[in-house]
Design a protein around this ligand. Sequence first.
Ligand code: NI
Length: 173
Amino acid sequence: MDQKTNTLTILTYPEPFLKQLTLPVRNIDGTLQVLIDNMAETMYAAPGVGLAAPQVGVGQSFLVYDIAVDRDHRDLRVLINPRIVERSGEVISENEGCLSVPDFRADVKRASQILVEAVDRDGNPLRFEAEGMHAIVLQHEMDHLSGTLFIDHISALKRQLYKRRVMKEIKHR
Ligand code: NI
């Protein structure tokens, strides 16, 4: 079936919804599949490498990402109810950014290797190790599912500066 996809509105900081905990997905149904397709479309259009459900106002635990270097060959991955069961090592994610935190980048400390368990969009259980860029993207996106933004990992001073800038922009809109 050729389904029409739509791009969704991405919520941005300081939208309170981004701070909420998500609920586990209970049913992988048609509604969820449409949402997943629309989220993927939104991510590619942005463009971004990952998008978590809360970023489009959905309070459920799932995310989409694509870390393919060649953007002409999409490699969409979907994780439902993902969790990190093991983490090891440490790496500095340089210039991390987020579609929900526009015009800001910062270095973030992340685990260099993670072991992830999740379910794919067909309901098949997944268990895999990720490292490097893959691990960083997954830690970032999974943080969204528990109401955490990458700016929550930086110094309070830097976060305050960003917040002040955003508030000023909102006032001048
Ligand atoms: Ni993000």
